[in-house]
Design a protein around this ligand. Structure first.
Ligand code: GDP
Ligand code: MG
Length: 319
């Protein structure tokens, strides 16, 4: 994960698409409620902003391993790597593994707080993941345009740069908060906690999270969502589930998108599903076109099923 790929190098920023921000809240007539009181469950000392969390997720927090690695490189003898070098490298590797565990452990703690908050708000939270360009935003624009007729919906958008996607969602008449992650290649739980606080109240509804387009790192980060959904378009080739298994293993649903292009491409749908189920036998599969709307009825039925399941689980815990 990211201690290896280096995506934690720069502090991310959480910001709304400024242009439409106030306008979007006014349009909804929603009070921008400061939910900070409900975030008091965070451990003391944690400011719960994306940037503060990422103070612990930047290269500054890796001095030992980074220095060790630099030191090891300098210490390498010109004749090759000796046993002492290998021992030192093993220690560095162990340090990195511990740091990775620490980052994910910290993230998981915040994700648990987010999850409790979402359940208390009777909110179904769905985390959409894919490679860039698979069609997440196109799918969301269509879905929120339809779903907003019957329930409250909101979107948190994650991209390295720009507010383009949040603006596309807002243009559909739905509130959206944009997170720009800078050099980071994934969203984490602290960013979501902060962004959720900035959304108008959508309790009883659905919160969609569009993660940064990347089939690797976002799989490792629990955001407090009810489910991860991997959007996989047929232009990507059917072998992606076995090339990037973590993403498909972590997802409850695989949405195969761009099926309208089926006649133009040699895409083996059966093989793609077989590969995904090889990685995750329980993964559910839906085939859609975000362009034409094909398959969206089944997608909404799946979303309703998740909402009912979450509500039932909550009622069971209250009994
Ligand atoms: N033909 C076709 N194009 C699509 C479909 N969904 C998305 N696209 C196109 O794919 C490109 C990337 O879509 P976008 O939603 O921005 O992908 P994202 O990066 O995953 O959010 C855009 O040009 C979309 O118009 C689809 O179902 N069919
Ligand atoms: Mg997008």
């Amino acid at each position: 994960m990211c201690a290896v790929c280096g995506c934690h190098e720069e502090t991310p920023s959480t910001k709304r698409a400024e242009a439409n921000d106030m306008e979007s809240h006014e349009r909804y007539g929603d009070r921008v409620q400061d939910k900070s009181d409900r975030h008091s469950a965070y451990p003391p000392g944690d400011r719960r902003s994306a940037s503060s969390d990422h103070a612990g997720h930047s290269y500054d927090s890796y001095p030992r391993s980074a220095n060790d690695q630099a030191h090891n490189r300098q210490a390498l003898p010109s004749g090759g790597i000796g046993p002492a070098d290998l021992a030192a490298l093993r220690i560095s590797r162990k340090g990195i593994v511990e740091i990775e565990r620490d980052i994910l452990g910290k993230n998981n703690g915040i994700a648990a707080v987010n999850r409790a908050l979402f359940v208390a708000d009777d909110l179904l939270v769905l985390n959409l993941l894919s490679s860039p360009g698979a069609g997440k935003t196109t799918l969301l624009v269509r879905a929120v345009s339809d779903l907003k007729r019957s329930r409250r919906v909101g979107v948190i958008e994650g991209d390295q740069q720009t507010s383009n996607d949040a603006e596309r969602i807002q243009a559909a008449g739905v509130p959206a908060v944009q997170i720009n992650t800078g050099k980071n290649c994934h969203l984490d739980a602290a960013m979501i906690g902060e962004a959720y606080r900035r959304l108008p109240m959508i309790s009883g509804g659905i919160l969609f999270i569009e993660n940064v387009g990347n089939l690797i790192c976002p799989a490792a980060f629990d955001l407090g969502e009810a489910c991860k959904i991997v959007v996989f378009s047929i232009t990507e080739g059917e072998d992606k589930p076995i090339k990037y298994p973590d993403m498909f293993a972590a997802s409850s649903l695989m949405v195969i998108n761009k099926i309208d292009l089926g006649s133009l491409l040699e895409f083996d749908l059966g093989k793609a599903i077989e590969y995904a189920r090889r990685v995750n036998p329980k993964i559910e599969v839906l085939v859609v076109s975000a362009r034409t709307g094909e398959g969206f009825g089944a997608l909404y039925a799946w979303i309703d099923k998740q909402a009912r399941r979450q509500r039932r689980a909550l009622e069971d815990t209250r009994r």
